[in-house]
Design a binder for this molecule. Sequence first.
Ligand code: HEC
Length: 192
Amino acid sequence: MTTSPLWTCAGALGLTALAFPFGLTAPPQTADAAPPAESRGPVATVAVEPVAVEPVAVEPAADVKDPVADRPLAPVETDMHEFMEYVYQPTYRRLKASMAAEEKDRKAWSAVKSDALILAEAGNLTLMRGPQGEDRAAWNAHSVATRDAGGALYRAAKAKDESVAQQSYRTMIQHCNACHTQFADGEHMLTP
Ligand code: HEC
């Protein structure tokens, strides 16, 4: 384990992760500020022990100020039908037409990038609109899966990678349909 070449890679990740425990133990008055330069410098050169990499610090410390706490997210259109009709439907139609082109020039890839990014980011917006109660977890899972497939399509379009783009596009549509199956009575089954 200690000789695994993985740690070479994990070491690079650990450089940033390592700064975190210092933030946790810092006195409260410095918790909001960036760590002082002198604590970052030496940390970057410390050899990373496997144990330091385990708890990759994705959870913010409780006393770290939430940058959007005073700007709460709020849906503009709370009606799901309107939201799908005006945000998703025209985007999906454009995207479908763009994806059908066998030879995509720069303009076509640009159109794919735009629509893929809109649908991917819209996945974050459906997260704000789910039903309350026990169905919420499933709703969120469909939203995240759609968002991530849309993100993969966006990145493939940036790389002008036709085969990955087609694959991601189809995966995304499957996730759209999975949510429709569960939450729209099986209506709106979309074809890629
Ligand atoms: C988290 C759940 C969820 C996801 C993910 C989702 N949808 Fe929907 N969608 C719905 C619901 C619910 C409706 C039905 C709304 C209604 O009519 O009450 C709907 C309806 C629609 C409609 C019909 C709108 C109309 O005017 O009748 C279209 C088109 C649509 N979605 C496109 C998409 C596309 C494209 C994706 C994927 C990129 C997608 N949806 C992903 C929940 C979802």
